[in-house]
Design a protein around this ligand. Structure first.
Ligand code: ZN
Length: 228
């Protein structure tokens, strides 16, 4: 929706959360970089065409139906081969040690049937291009981290740390999201939004924290985050 991105950036700004890199990177302008990364893994024979429908793959991890070149006619999605066996282990900065069996994940789509590059590839290419060292995001993306670590490894990316934070859920138990028409964060006053966010992230801010100037609230969060 036109203006939606600027609105989000403005909300971050009034909450004192400024980007330390300018100009901002927009995925819609990054197609060449994604295509170059795709070609890099394709030249290593790490991707294969997949003609399975969404219905074929809806239940559980992708079973590898097209892995041996037995795909049907185009248009195809392209999937990346993950290790055949074993476990992906990493230590999450918020959730602690994690282990995902590759068999439980299947091979992810890296280039979609409509020729758009999938999130799993795009986010790794962008993080590498910006030199991101610490990736902090919602716990709904926890299992995709294994895929992204493998993609990053294959693209020659440096090691990276992850922290997955609790999701804010609506009364129906589902995560709040733009696509489900969740209300935007109220910017007035932003201190109240930051206080509510800290509580949602399982922190225990002092009751009057929200009345302090925004930089003081963020200082408190930096100092106390994760301490129980
Ligand atoms: Zn397939």
């Amino acid at each position: 929706m036109p203006g939606a991105a600027d609105d989000i950036l403005h909300t971050l700004s009034v909450c004192g959360l400024e980007s330390d890199e300018q100009p901002l990177l927009y995925q819609s302008q990054r197609t060449e970089a994604y295509e170059a990364a795709f070609e890099q893994i394709r030249s290593q024979n790490l991707v294969y065409p997949c003609s399975c429908s969404r219905r074929d793959t809806a239940a559980g991890p992708y079973a590898g139906t097209c892995r041996q070149g037995s795909h049907g006619p185009a248009p195809w999605a392209w999937r990346m081969r993950m290790p055949d066996a074993g476990t992906c282990c990493f230590t999450d900065g918020f959730l602690g040690p994690q282990a995902f069996a590759w068999a439980s994940l299947g091979d992810p789509v890296v280039r979609r049937r409509d020729e758009l590059h999938a999130y799993q590839l795009a986010v790794v290419v962008d993080d590498m291009a910006q030199g991101i060292t610490d990736i902090v995001r919602g716990a709904d993306l926890l299992d995709a981290t294994a895929w992204q670590l493998e993609i990053r490894h294959r693209l020659g990316g440096a090691a990276v740390r992850h922290a997955h934070l609790p999701l804010v859920l609506g009364p129906d138990g589902r995560k709040l999201s733009k696509s489900a028409s969740a209300e935007a964060i109220s910017r007035s006053p932003p201190g109240a939004a930051l206080q509510a966010a800290l509580v949602a992230l399982h922190q225990s801010p002092p009751e009057a924290l929200h009345t302090l100037p925004i930089p003081r609230i963020l200082d408190w969060a930096l100092e106390n985050f994760g301490k129980r």
